[in-house]
Design a protein around this ligand. Structure first.
Ligand code: XMP
Length: 317
């Protein structure tokens, strides 16, 4: 029978044999999979694992520093790279969702490639690929991959000529969480909602600017902290906010306003392949809506997405 302790023991043993004194480079995202994979590799080879965490300018509010700090606390050999401007430059003027994804993916590979070359003699690329990613990337599970080019599987190795090490590629998500728990990883990391690689870039409809990112970060922060405070965070699979290109009329005192419409999205799901919109309490939605409208400059209207997948994907782009 499979137990997490046995899995950790045999995986670490296997990694030691496989990697010897070789160096491994790995991109971390703050997500469950990459964190658990890195922890296993770190247990096997220590400082020979070089981790890179890229700030693509599309992360949640304060996330870069918080996640970087927690990786440091875990003893990982991690380098934070501020590449915000590179991403914003690559995204400038792009409005097509696939073009935006490709620009984000390509810029990420460029940044990662450049950083990896600063590490002498690196032989391996570590990845947090889990079993469903392996299946999805060969497109057995339906059209999601061809509709949206997910960039977290593949891509990197070809260009960098590194061998790939993927210690989680036989596990399902729930098993990854159990292994993470056995490894003593912070429950806050293990319980995190999925967050897409292109980040807020696919939640800002239309072109991306630093100003739009900061508006969306504020909105998202109010929503996510609200979910936590009301004990709702763990009841949904994923949640976030979307900045629409729509403007709507409002009144403030005697003034007429003409400002942005944001949408909140929260879904329940077991694997992300299908999802139902989360039936969040009206009182909660009311509180979050007025918080957002009162606190976030430039937003005067909040709507809630009540569409399920299929056909409506979790992300809007
Ligand atoms: P959709 O929007 O297809 O999303 O229903 C299903 C799950 O995948 C995430 N997602 C992505 N993750 N790169 C990623 O790493 C992407 O391009 C991407 N697009 C969607 C989405 O957040 C949800 O968890």
């Amino acid at each position: 029978d499979w137990t997490p302790d046995q899995f950790v023991e045999s995986t670490v043993e296997g990694l030691k044999k496989k990697l010897g004194n070789d160096k491994v480079v790995m991109a971390l995202s703050g997500g469950v999979d990459s964190t658990v994979a890195a922890t296993l590799i770190h247990k096997a080879i220590g400082k020979n694992l070089h981790c890179i965490f890229v700030d693509n300018g599309l992360l949640r509010k304060n996330e870069f520093m918080q996640v970087l700090d927690s990786y440091k606390d875990m003893g990982l050999n991690i380098k934070g790279v501020d590449a915000k401007d590179k991403f914003y430059t690559a995204l400038k003027g792009l409005t097509d969702p696939e073009a935006k994804r490709k620009a984000i993916g390509k810029t990420f590979i460029d940044v990662f490639d450049e950083e990896s070359h600063k590490i002498s003699d690196v032989k391996w690329l570590g990845q947090g690929t889990i079993y469903p990613d392996v299946i999805e990337s060969v497109s057995v599970n339906g059209p999601s991959v061809t509709i949206k080019s997910h960039h977290n599987v593949g891509g990197l190795p070809d260009k960098m000529k590194l061998k790939v090490v993927e210690p989680l590629n036989t596990l399902f998500k729930d098993e990854v969480r159990v292994v993470g728990k056995t490894l003593g990883i912070d429950p806050a990391i293990l319980g995190r909602h999925p967050f897409p690689g292109p980040g807020l870039g696919i939640r800002i409809l239309g072109d991306i600017t630093a100003d739009k990112v900061s508006i969306l970060q504020e909105v998202d922060h109010i929503f996510i902290s609200g979910l936590r405070q009301h004990g709702l965070y763990d009841k949904v699979w994923q949640a976030g906010a979307i900045l629409t290109p729509l403007q709507a009329v409002g009144v403030m005192g005697d003034e007429r306003t003409y400002e942005r419409v944001v949408s909140l999205r929260a879904v329940t799901s077991t694997d992300g392949m299908t999802a139902d919109w989360a039936h969040l309490p009206y009182e909660f939605l009311a509180e979050i809506s007025s918080d957002i409208i009162n606190k976030v400059k430039g937003v005067n209207r909040v709507v809630y997405d009540i569409s399920s997948k299929p056909p409506a994907t979790i992300e809007w782009e």
